[in-house]
Design a protein around this ligand. Structure first.
Ligand code: SAM
Ligand code: SF4
Length: 343
């Protein structure tokens, strides 16, 4: 007889219930955004990446422990062969009522191809990363991407009935002259928009002359500048993620700000991250993690040890991130790369 599973919710040592897991389904990507990867990026060996079945197994264990929202990310989730098989498998939890939301964060390059299938599998929302509307600048930031493919992807996602939100990393001297245009463009298309502060993850600075410290732009400044052109109305909306929101009266959209460096959102943190290699990262801005791959492989037949490991890991979730502190360099040294951990 199968052992009974203790399905009480996951709560960390600070009383925060964990309801949201972000899953990096691959560390690989078809782009090389300058703030995320180095130009000559080396990826982890394929043998170290969790199989689709292992990813599904960990996600299902989390769902059994009360997680209600999953976000697939990466790397670029849609470049992984079989990604849609995983999406469909996880979509069954939506149909069963054990999961509220299955979302995706994507660079959009393959979205035109997959949008309808994502919608069919139960995905309702996708976040598309787009830092500029200028094709040349897009190519420079991503070091290889084609803007038209992303724009086609956004249109296809909207046609398929998906709610699309744009994520834009605010970069001093790179795209700061475009923020008003982006707000207007999103307003015309009914897309919400979130600005993100660039975070010092992974030791990639200096690659191609890019320095995240030099290009860091506090979102307090971005907000102040936007407020000169638009009426920003405070909005109590909470997506379950770290963004804080306002409504842009003239554009009719919601505008989010994710401020890991200039503001703290740790008190209400409800999430953990699973990396593509099966590390459970308890906080994006801390080096601590727990390796699940050895356990998955040692215990293929029972989920009890996995469940116990998830509980023990969550109990150790740190109280707050260390971005902007003296310990921050430890993050780079620990190899906490955005593409492996999942943004
Ligand atoms: N490839 C997908 C994409 O670009 O949307 C998903 C993975 S990507 C790592 C997720 C998000 O992280 C993107 O919105 C990206 O702009 C953001 N990101 C990557 N590196 C970052 C950094 N160093 N600081 C802040 N945001 C970053
Ligand atoms: Fe790829 Fe996303 Fe990183 Fe850009 S931000 S390199 S699209 S993983």
């Amino acid at each position: 007889m199968a052992d009974a599973i203790d399905a009480s919710p996951l709560v960390d040592g600070f009383g925060r219930a964990i309801r949201y897991v972000r899953v990096s389904v691959t560390d690989r990507c078809d782009l090389r955004c300058m703030y995320c990867m180095s130009e000559d990026m080396s990826f982890v060996p394929r043998s170290e990446v969790l199989t689709l079945e292992e990813l599904e197994r960990v996600c299902s264990a989390f769902i059994a422990l009360g997680v209600r929202k999953l976000r697939l990310t990466g790397g670029e989730p849609l470049v992984r062969r079989g990604a849609m098989t995983l999406v469909r498998a996880l979509g069954r939890h939506l149909a069963a009522g054990s999961l509220d939301e299955l979302a995706l964060t994507t660079n959009g390059t393959r979205l035109a191809h997959h949008a309808a299938e994502l919608a069919e599998a139960g995905v309702r929302r996708v976040n598309v990363s787009l830092d500029t509307l200028d094709p040349g600048r897009f190519r420079a930031i991503t070091r290889r991407g084609r803007l038209d493919r992303v724009l086609d992807g956004i249109a296809a996602a909207q046609d398929a009935g998906l709610t699309v939100k744009l994520n834009c990393v605010a970069l001093k001297g790179v795209n700061e002259d475009e923020f008003d245009r982006l707000v207007g463009w999103c307003g015309d298309r009914g897309l919400d928009l979130t600005f993100i502060e660039v975070m010092p993850l992974g030791d990639i600075d200096g690659s191609g002359g890019f320095s995240r410290a030099d290009q860091f732009l506090p979102l307090s400044e971005v907000r102040e500048r936007l407020a000169r052109r638009w009426t920003l109305v405070p909005d109590a909306y909470h997506s379950g993620g770290p963004a804080r929101y306002v409504r842009v009266a003239e554009a009719g959209i919601r505008l989010g700000f994710i401020t890991p460096l200039s503001g703290s959102f740790c008190d209400s943190c409800n999430r953990v991250r699973l990396t593509a290699t099966g590390s459970l990262a308890l906080c994006l801005g801390r080096a601590e993690s727990v390796e699940l791959a050895p356990l998955l492989r040692a215990c293929p037949a029972s989920d009890q040890p996995l469940i116990a490991a998830l509980r023990a890991a969550v109990a150790r979730k740190p109280e707050a991130h260390e971005f902007g502190t003296a310990r921050c360099p430890a993050l780079a040294a620990a190899g906490r790369l955005m593409n492996l951990t999942g943004g």
